[in-house]
Design a protein around this ligand. Structure first.
Ligand code: 5RP
Length: 263
C-alpha cells in the first residue's frame, strides 16, 4: 500500500485497530436534522472523543475550525432529498480535487443495492475508487437503505458490504443486525457500524455496538444515537469505552452514568 493511503487509513483506524467516527452528514438529504441545526455547536463538546468526522464540504467549511479538528471523511455523494422521488438516485457531488484541497483522510459515498438506481450508485463507487486510489485517498462505502429501514438484515447487508468491497472500497459502513458475523465474515475490508434512528435506551446502543465489535466490526460511524441524546458526551464516552477500552455493556453503562452525573 502506498504511503499516503496507509497514512490516511492510520489517521482513521487507531493503533488498536478500532475507530469511532462521528457522522454529521445527515443534512445532505434530510435538511436541518434535529440537534444538527447548528452542527458546529453540536459537535464541539464531542470532538475530543471521536477519531474522525463524516461531513459534507459545506458544513466542513462553514462549521468546523480547520485549526482544531479531527481527521475528516468527506461525504461526496448526494443530489437527492427526503421530499424527492427516490433517495437512491445519487451522483458524486464533490471532486477528488476538492477532497485534496480540503486535506481529507477519506471520502464517503452511498450505494443502494437492490434499488432502482443500484447500477448507477455502484458505478459511482467504482469511479470514486479509481480517483481515490490515484491520489491515495481511501473510499468508505455506505450501504444505504433509503427509507426502507426494514431491509437491514444480515443477508442484505452482507450482500451490499461484499459488493462494496469488491468494487474497491477500503472501508464499509453498514448497519448492525442480528448475526452480524455473517456481514463481517463475508467482507474482506474493515466494517464499521452506523447507528440508525434514535433507539429508546442508551443500553440498547451499548448492546448492539458491543455485539458488533465481538462479531468483527472495527468500530462505529454513529451519529443520532450520540448527538440526539440528552447526554451526548456521556454517550460518546461510553461508546469509546466499548470500542477502545474493551468495556462490556455494564461497564459502558457505568461510564455513561458517571459522566452524566458530572455534566
Ligand atoms: C446518513 C449517513 C450517516 O453517516 C449514517 O447513517 C450514520 O449516522 P446514524 O448513526 O445517525 O445513522 O450516512 O446519511
Amino acid at each position: 500500500m502506498d504511503w499516503g493511503m496507509e497514512n490516511r487509513l492510520a489517521q482513521l483506524i487507531q493503533s488498536d485497530g478500532h475507530c469511532l467516527f462521528l457522522p454529521i452528514d445527515h443534512g445532505y438529504f434530510q435538511g436541518p436534522t434535529r440537534k444538527l441545526e447548528k452542527p458546529g455547536e453540536t459537535i464541539a463538546p464531542l470532538l475530543p472523543y471521536c477519531d474522525a468526522v463524516f461531513v459534507t464540504r459545506g458544513v466542513l467549511r462553514s462549521s468546523i475550525n480547520p485549526a482544531n479538528t479531527k481527521p475528516i471523511i468527506l461525504r461526496v455523494s448526494g443530489g437527492t432529498s427526503v421530499v424527492g422521488n427516490d433517495l437512491s438516485d445519487e451522483g458524486i457531488t464533490t471532486s477528488m480535487e476538492e477532497a485534496i484541497r480540503l486535506n481529507v483522510a477519506a471520502v464517503g459515498i452511498s450505494i443502494f443495492v437492490g434499488s432502482a438506481y443500484e447500477k448507477q450508485s455502484l458505478l459511482n463507487l467504482a469511479r470514486l475508487v479509481d480517483e481515490g486510489e490515484k491520489y491515495g485517498i481511501p473510499v468508505m462505502a455506505v450501504t444505504a437503505v433509503g427509507k426502507e429501514l426494514e431491509k437491514r438484515d444480515a443477508r442484505y447487508l452482507a450482500l451490499s458490504s461484499r459488493i462494496a468491497a469488491e468494487l474497491g472500497a477500503r472501508l464499509v459502513k453498514t448497519y448492525w443486525c442480528q448475526d452480524f458475523d455473517k456481514v463481517t465474515n463475508g467482507c474482506p475490508v474493515p466494517v464499521v457500524m452506523a447507528g440508525g434512528p434514535r433507539v429508546d435506551t442508551e443500553r440498547e446502543v451499548f448492546a448492539f455496538v458491543h455485539d458488533g465489535m465481538q462479531k468483527g466490526a472495527i468500530g462505529v460511524n454513529l451519529g443520532r444515537n450520540i448527538w440526539q441524546h440528552e447526554n451526548p458526551v456521556a454517550m460518546i464516552r461510553a461508546l469509546r469505552a466499548i470500542i477502545h477500552d474493551g468495556a462490556g455493556v455494564d461497564e459502558a453503562q457505568e461510564v455513561f452514568t458517571e459522566v452524566r452525573s458530572g455534566e
